[in-house]
Ligand binder design. Structure first.
Ligand SMILES: Nc1ncnc2c1ncn2[C@@H]1O[C@H](COP(=O)(O)OP(=O)(O)OP(=O)(O)O)[C@@H](O)[C@H]1O
Ligand SMILES: [Mg+2]
Length: 416
């Protein structure tokens, strides 16, 4: 019999169309985390809309079911999960901090102090800090320092990217997870998680955007010089594509979903003119067939509009024509055939679909879909955190040590 898995990490992605639970065994180290996928559970639900709980009972049910399925597949039980956060209530901005260095050289405590200064700003009402990600440091006004510890200087400045979220939105997510019988170990910004699962180090360095085409919202995040630089959420997403099909082809929402997944296409010219699709119909409507191009036409128009807005978001962030590695498409919408061709045309950038795979072992094929970018990224994030903390409470570690490193842990993580 093989040894029981050690250092388990579990992730929950609470989406507008489904809850995904993923359980893995952490490996690697903080800079290069890995995960062996052990179990997956996916439960359809409408309990959440754009990252905000609409129905607590329903969401709790879906969380419990997805977690149960994942645990059964993995053959283990978990208590704590890394939980994704996204939606319009998430805001990101850069902040600046400055301190004078007390000793001969810059120490961990100086870095913690300058990071604290930068994040000690007032947030929008009812918002709280989710992540504070150091972007770069300046020593005596010299920019471009990544790792200031050990260097000499008298004035230390930090640029920090602050991500804030609506407190009540997060509390309600936590409530659902707790009612289902689990604890939230940490909330993680979904695009940050996705980036770990789908971006190469070169893409992150050169500059690229992740466009997550979800059901309720489309997330646009920009990465440049190795760090996240912008995150934004668009209201238009897969649900709008479905609604257009409902109106255009006179079918129910459920049938529109099915047509989209089975025969959908995002780039009309790719569909042969002779392709025909049988449309579900009511007795009164009688048997109906339609050219598949008609379906493609509807989807092409709406997905094109969504990508156009993603382009505006990139421009607004100041990264127009500054992302040589192009756009990486994730989320359910990225499964649409022709989406890469459409994205290349609309955004005038290189494009590809982002599929988790790197750093994953075990049942990695079960998350080989752009729809799994967030949960796969969450277990990788979790693996990094576990490694950072020395894989939990190993024998010989004094608990006080944990307490001591916790406040600076976030700052030291070089993940992003
Ligand atoms: N094979 C497919 N082809 C085209 N579209 C698809 C396919 N599979 C799923 N989708 C679409 O992807 C969307 C769901 O994507 P995803 O699972 O990433 O969203 P979510 O995480 O539930 O929602 P959100 O992140 O917006 O809260 C739906 O609109 C669905 O119709
Ligand atoms: Mg999602």
């Amino acid at each position: 019999m093989s040894a029981p898995p050690q250092h388990l990490v579990a992730a929950l992605d609470l989406g507008s169309t489904k809850v995904t639970a993923l359980i893995a065994e952490a490996s690697g180290d903080a800079r290069d985390p890995g995960a062996k996928i052990l179990g997956l559970g996916v439960e359809r639900t409408g309990g959440i809309r754009r990252g905000v709980v609409r129905d607590i009972e329903e969401t709790t049910r879906a969380v419990a079911k997805a977690m149960k399925d994942a645990q059964r597949m993995a053959g283990v039980e978990v208590g704590t999960v890394y939980c994704g956060v996204a939606g319009e209530h998430v805001a990101g901005r850069s902040s600046h901090g400055m301190v004078s260095v007390t000793g001969d050289e810059i120490r961990t405590s100086d870095v913690a102090r300058v990071n604290d200064m930068a994040s000690n700003v007032s947030f929008a009402r009812d918002h709280e800090l989710l992540h504070a990600i150091p972007q770069e440091y300046l020593i005596d006004q010299q920019a471009g320092v990544n790792e200031p510890i050990g260097m000499t200087g008298s004035r230390l400045e930090a640029e920090v990217y602050l991500v804030t979220v609506l407190s009540s939105a997060m509390q309600n997510l936590r409530k659902c997870v707790e009612r289902a019988g689990y604890q939230v170990g940490e909330f993680v910004l979904e695009p940050l998680a996705a980036s770990l699962a789908v971006l190469t180090a070169d893409e992150r360095e050169l500059g690229c955007a992740i466009v997550e085409l979800g059901g309720g919202s489309t997330n646009v995040s920009v990465f440049h010089n190795g760090k996240i630089r912008h995150t934004g959420s668009l209201l238009m997403a897969g649900g709008h594509v479905t609604a257009d099909i409902v109106h255009g082809l006179q079918v129910t929402q459920q049938d529109a979903e099915r047509l989209k997944e089975r025969y959908g296409a995002a780039y009309e010219p790719l569909v042969p003119e002779s392709d025909m699709v049988e449309l579900p119909s009511t007795p009164g409507q009688g048997a109906r067939i339609a050219p598949r191009r008609m379906l493609a036409h509807i989807m092409h128009a709406r997905l094109g509009e969504i990508l156009e807005h993603a382009g505006y978001e990139i421009t607004r962030a100041g990264y127009q024509q500054r992302l040589p590695a192009g756009v990486i498409l994730t989320g359910g919408g990225a499964l649409t055939p022709g989406i890469v061709e459409l994205a290349r045309e609309v955004l005038a950038m290189p494009a590809r679909v982002g599929v988790p795979g790197q750093r994953l072992r075990g049942l990695a094929d079960s998350v080989e879909s752009p729809r799994m970018a967030v949960p796969a990224g969450l277990v990788l994030y979790g693996a990094g955190q576990e490694a950072q903390s020395g894989f939990g409470h190993r024998a010989g570690r004094a608990p006080a040590f944990d307490k001591l490193i916790t406040p600076v842990k976030r700052w030291l993580q070089e993940f992003f």
